[in-house]
Design a protein around this ligand. Sequence first.
Ligand SMILES: *Cc1c(COP(=O)(O)O)cnc(C)c1O
Length: 365
Amino acid sequence: MDYILETIDVGQVVGDQMFSRRCQELLHDALGVSKALVTTSCTHALEMAMILLCLKEGDEVILPSFTFVSTANAFVLRGAKPVFCDIRPDTLNLNETEIEALITPRTKAIVPVHYAGVGCEMDAIMAIGDRHGVAVIEDNAHGLFGKFKGRWLGTFGQLATQSFHETKNITCGEGGALLINDPQYEERAEIIREKGTNRARFFRGQVDKYSWVDVGSSYVMSDVLAAFLYGQLEQWESIQAKRKAIWERYDEALGDWAEGRCIGRPIVPNHCEQAYHMYYLLMPSLEARTAFIEHLAKNGIEAVFHYLPLNKSAYALQMADSGWRRAECPVTEDVSNRLVRLPFYTSLMEEKQRRVIDSVLSWTA
Ligand SMILES: *Cc1c(COP(=O)(O)O)cnc(C)c1O
């Protein structure tokens, strides 16, 4: 609240003021990226990434079918086609062994999503990108402050995107960031974000007037939101520590119960330090999941599921008639029927979590 009031007191509520710069510096210093730019959303950061890659009609982008729709929309808006790839049955991340078979001369990008904040197999994915001259854009909406083999998620791809939506670990309600790891994109990213103008260079005194120099849109975050965000980012270590404790409490309390009932729990490989974005269970069947969610609802607990496979969405089926490749993603379709997320948020108190755990353990089907 102090930071938000400060922006109003000093009359700097527009974007790219003190708090936006502080957020960007913090992300830059903590992660070691070449540049971080706060944006209006992760969806918009993905759109910026696709403009930066000069994506055009007919280009193809490989992404998991098991993800939020924004991962796809950002490049579909530019006329590119999504090529849906299945996920690994263990981490539910893009299955790196199935990517190469999907690459064609039209492939422009691979978009891995670090599902639940557990890193994709980035060694293999970056090697495929390099081998075929295809960019890798990490959708790191779940994975901020997670690591793969000791390296921060969001620092592997040429570009990466963050979300600060209310549902994410670090939030300002609605917001995002573009992380730039390949410096060749820095200058143009600033221009695209500022409606296609070189306003950022003008304010740094590098040009004597600013004008329209490229395509762009309005992707700058208000400093009021950046002030909210900075209050969160400053405390990222304690936020992550709280989420780690919640995650571990679930996992310890539910381990034996789940194993005895063939219910799957999240799998985190040893070389991944996860970002503790969510806790999910994989029920034995769709019927079991439906009954389980009803059981929890009777106890006043809201458990939700996601994602519906994008390759089977109404839009993808409609677009298959106009040239999108049809995809079979059996693991995605199976997981989508069986996954359920338990209540998981930073301020979840131990007592409340105990009640969730007791309700889960009282399920007898
Ligand atoms: C939340 C989310 C997004 C979209 O984030 P916004 O900031 O709401 O645009 C994109 N991708 C994934 C994987 C997400 O979970």
